[in-house]
Write a protein that binds this ligand. Structure first.
Ligand SMILES: [Fe+2]
Length: 278
């Protein structure tokens, strides 16, 4: 299975909007501190045009973003190179929002499904057609576009172990009682000698979790190519999502492949180099 080319999850306008919300800086304040007119900022947030390099740098300076990376975003100068992992299949999930779910499998066909969402019948067909022995259902966070088919998949694969952080697990209803309680940093044995490492990365939601398997990081809505998830936690914040990424993801090996919940795959090295939030 190949991973198709997807547009970047966030536009320049989305990135500016996330940083403004996260830092609590209004357009009026951003305008007066950067010298860029407030009406331009408002237009850009609606993807009507984008800043030139000097304007992007001025805005970045106020929003604590990286100036040259934000300028690249405004000019649409960067997109990750094609990244292929023959052992990972992506399935596009059509909930209210399009998202990426994945099947990671070993030679033995032992498999882990990441984020069961979308139309259950098409998800179950993918699992059946692949002849997978589904051992894990890994859920990155509580939003519907990442877990609304959890019940259907769990019913079809009663032996699969469900993993979801306890702070988000209420989203799967009665299935929550079947979910494994896991701690940050824990490693779960998987297949023939492999492990799944659980990384609690709060910020997008309180229980947001990334899963690291054989050099691939399933990052949910925590880290995207050239952006980060919005801060929608009850207790966790924009600061937490940036700290989670800096402390727990950017400390992984540079070559780690990142499979995000939206948009194209990337790597830790590429994100250090191109993500305007860092
Ligand atoms: Fe989400």
């Amino acid at each position: 299975m190949t991973l198709t080319q997807l547009p970047l999850e966030d536009t320049f306008g989305d990135i500016v909007g996330k940083a403004m919300r996260g830092t609590g800086i209004s357009s009026a304040r951003l305008a007066s501190a950067s010298g860029v007119p407030a009406d331009s900022i408002e237009r850009w947030r609606k993807d009507d045009g984008a800043a030139n390099d000097a304007q992007a740098r001025a805005i970045a300076n106020v929003l604590q973003l990286d100036g040259s990376k934000l300028a690249d975003s405004a000019a649409q100068r960067w997109y990750p190179p094609a990244i292929e992992r023959p052992d990972i299949g992506r399935h596009e999930q059509q909930s209210q929002v399009r998202s990426n779910g994945y099947v990671y499998f070993r030679e033995s066909h032992r498999a882990a499904l990441v984020d069961p969402a979308g139309v259950p019948a098409s998800l179950l067909r993918i699992l059946r057609d692949g002849g997978y022995d589904l051992q894990f259902i890994l859920i990155t966070h509580k939003h519907d576009d990442h877990c609304d088919a959890a019940n259907a998949v769990a019913a079809a694969y009663p032996d699969a172990r469900i993993v979801m952080h306890e702070l988000d697990v209420h989203a799967i209803g009665s299935l929550a009682s079947r979910a494994a309680v896991v701690r940050d940093g824990e490693s779960l044995p998987f297949g023939d000698g492999s492990t799944i490492r659980v990384l609690h990365t709060p910020g997008h939601t309180d229980g947001s979790t990334c899963y690291l398997v054989d050099g691939a990081l399933f990052s949910g809505d925590t880290l995207f190519a050239a952006s980060v998830g919005g801060a929608y936690g009850d207790a966790s914040t924009y600061g937490d999502i940036l700290r989670s990424i800096r402390g727990k993801l950017f400390t992984l090996p540079d070559e780690t492949v990142v499979m995000p919940g939206h948009g194209p795959p990337t790597t830790i090295a590429l994100e250090k180099e191109h993500n305007p939030f860092f």
